[in-house]
Design a binder for this molecule. Structure first.
Ligand code: DAH
Length: 353
């Protein structure tokens, strides 16, 4: 019987195709080819009417069996393919929880900022407030109101960065209204005294600029920390006690402090402060140049001329001031041999602190 044989080879062909369909799309194509509206098995079923009446039930039953068998085979294959696809996806997206984590290196504060914060904390602990002023400053605040005479060498354009170009105008000397990059944080003393009546206890950290070539002990841009106290009855003894406390807090309680007479235009009397060498304890060694002492800051009693610029009565009030370089303090504290290391950004150096 021809039709029955055709049907059985169609069945074999269809089952082969189902078995070899490698993904769900291919399987769907097989289903459409055999069981779809215009599929081969469907057309056999449609053509039943053309058969001899006695053959119809037999062929019809056979075709239906085959269709059911095919539908089952397709469903089974679909489940197989779906679970294969799921397994592949789980495999691809799996996370190996035993892998070591990726290391992140957290940022940290630069040594200069650490030192500034440390020094600030010492003075805040004594009741000081933190004040700031502009890095681009008027000549008046940087020099004149700090009692620098007109011919003072620091005013020269060879030492100070002026905003106006003074280079080829030999006779053109900077005047009070000239704008410059401040050479120290001391102008903030004047700005604070202009806007605030005593008692004044302020600490002023900030960047300063000088026309210096960078070398082991100079930087053209560095950080200063200025202090100013103005109150009734302030004496040189208060200044000395304050600085001794500061040195012990920052360098350790075994270090000694020495004041040497010095000159600054804005303080009278003035002194430079030395701390005993941490390496030889004051005996003299290579690191302190045989001196036994290291210079840490400048200080003095506020000059009455400075008070006169800001209208503070020198008969009623007295004050002291001091100024230090944060890079220098950091270098002395940690034995850094070259200040340039502090600004070059070499992580191997900076990570040590
Ligand atoms: N301004 C000085 C400098 O840059 C440092 C200084 C010395 C500041 C004495 C002061 C002071 O307040 O009293 O070299």
């Amino acid at each position: 019987m021809g039709v029955a044989e055709d049907l059985s080879s169609l069945r074999d062909e269809a089952l082969d195709s189902v078995a070899s369909a490698n993904d769900l799309t291919a399987l769907e194509a097989v289903r459409v080819a055999f069981l779809g509206k215009r599929g081969s098995l469907t057309s056999v079923l449609r053509g039943l009417g053309a058969l001899a009446p006695q053959d119809r039930p037999v062929i019809g039953q056979l075709a239906n069996q085959i269709r059911e068998e095919l539908e089952k085979a397709i469903a089974t294959r679909r489940d197989e393919l779906a679970s294969q696809a799921l397994a592949a996806r789980l495999q691809a997206e799996s996370v190996d929880v035993t892998l070591p984590g990726r290391k992140r290196s957290p940022g940290k504060q630069h040594l200069i900022h650490q030192i500034v914060d440390e020094i600030t904390a010492v003075f805040v602990g004594l009741g000081y407030c933190v004040a700031e002023g502009p890095e681009v400053e008027l000549e008046y605040y940087n020099f004149t109101a700090l009692n620098h005479p007109p011919e003072h060498p620091a005013r020269a354009a060879t030492d100070t960065f002026y905003v106006r170009d003074l280079s080829d105008e030999a006779s053109n000397v900077p005047g009070e209204c000239d704008v410059l990059l401040r050479t120290h944080t001391s102008p903030v003393q004047v700005r604070v005294m202009e806007r605030q009546a005593p008692p004044i206890y302020v600490l002023v950290p900030g960047k300063v600029y000088r026309r210096d070539v960078a070398d082991p002990s100079h930087l053209p841009r560095f950080t200063q920390i200025e202090g100013l106290v103005v109150d009734e009855g302030i004496t040189f003894g208060d200044l000395k006690g304050t600085l001794e406390h500061f040195v012990r807090e920052v360098f350790g309680s075994t270090r000694r402090v020495r004041l040497r007479p010095h000159f600054f235009p804005f303080t009278e009397p003035s002194a430079e402060v030395d701390v005993s060498c941490g390496i030889c304890g004051g005996e003299g060694c290579r690191s302190c140049g045989g001196e036994g002492w290291l210079e840490v800051l400048g200080c003095g009693m506020v000059d009455p001329n400075v008070f006169s610029y800001v209208g503070i009565d020198p008969e009623r009030y007295s004050g002291f001031a001091f100024g230090m370089g944060a890079e220098r303090i950091a270098a002395l504290k940690y034995g850094v041999p070259d200040l340039r290391l502090l600004v070059e950004g070499d992580m191997r150096f900076l990570r040590q602190f």
